[in-house]
Design a protein around this ligand. Structure first.
Ligand code: C5P
Length: 206
């Protein structure tokens, strides 16, 4: 099978997950599979919750990228993999895994995927979702408080101490590696349609 890997990167709250979800919703499970870098955050079973909550989750070293690369290579070779599942409410990997089957198109999304040369080398199309920082922090506050069990104070402290500086150091410069830059992610229907057409073309010629 001729498999292509489409990377969708962008800062926290940029809309990359919405774009990736809308893209995969247009196709069947046997056509497009999805991987998320967040699911590959390293395990920290040796630490207590308090210690884990203080870690820097916006640095490339926070992820087990070697495992993700291994999984991408297996999928490209036609083998299925078990993607880890990450639980933000406990800051740790859960015991569950998700079965991901090989498909002609694999979508990979994550804030730091273009900051990792080993991952970039495996990508055929690199899309960066570019959204203003004020919109991103507003989305992040709402999501983290409503869905990830965080307090407003903790979201603000984390944003100022790690999320913002790491975005400036790693995420923003990684935009230069992109083939396409999409403003506003999943709400950009023109860009979404173009990506869907590109995937259709690959599926026709695979
Ligand atoms: O979905 P999104 O791209 O925003 O997810 C990445 C964000 O998740 C990072 O900016 C990181 O700060 C956050 N994160 C967190 N707590 C964890 C793991 C990741 O707040 N335990």
């Amino acid at each position: 099978m001729n498999t292509i890997l489409i990377g969708i990167a962008g800062g926290t709250g940029s809309g990359k997950t919405t774009l990736a979800d809308k893209l995969i919703d247009s196709f069947g499970d046997d056509e497009v599979s999805i991987l998320r870098h967040d699911n590959y955050y390293k395990r920290h079973d040796d630490m207590c919750y308090e210690e884990r909550s203080k870690l820097n989750y916006d640095h490339p070293d926070a992820f087990d990228t070697a495992l993700l690369c291994e999984h991408i290579c297996k999928l490209k070779a036609g083998e299925q993999i078990y993607m880890p599942v990450y639980d933000y409410s406990i800051h740790n990997r859960s015991e569950e895994t998700i079965l991901v089957k090989p498909a002609p198109v694999i979508v990979l999304e994550g804030i730091l995927i273009f900051a990792e040369p080993s991952l970039c080398d495996l990508m055929d199309i690199k899309v960066f979702v570019d959204t203003d920082a004020d919109v991103r922090i507003l989305r992040r506050i709402i999501r983290d408080v409503k869905e990830r069990g965080r307090s407003l104070d903790s979201v603000i402290t984390q944003y100022l101490t790690t999320v913002k500086p790491m975005h400036e150091q790693f995420v923003e410069p990684s935009k230069r590696r992109a083939d396409i830059i999409i403003p506003e992610g999943g709400e950009n229907i023109v860009a979404l349609d173009m990506l869907i057409e590109r995937v259709r073309k690959h599926l026709k010629n695979k």
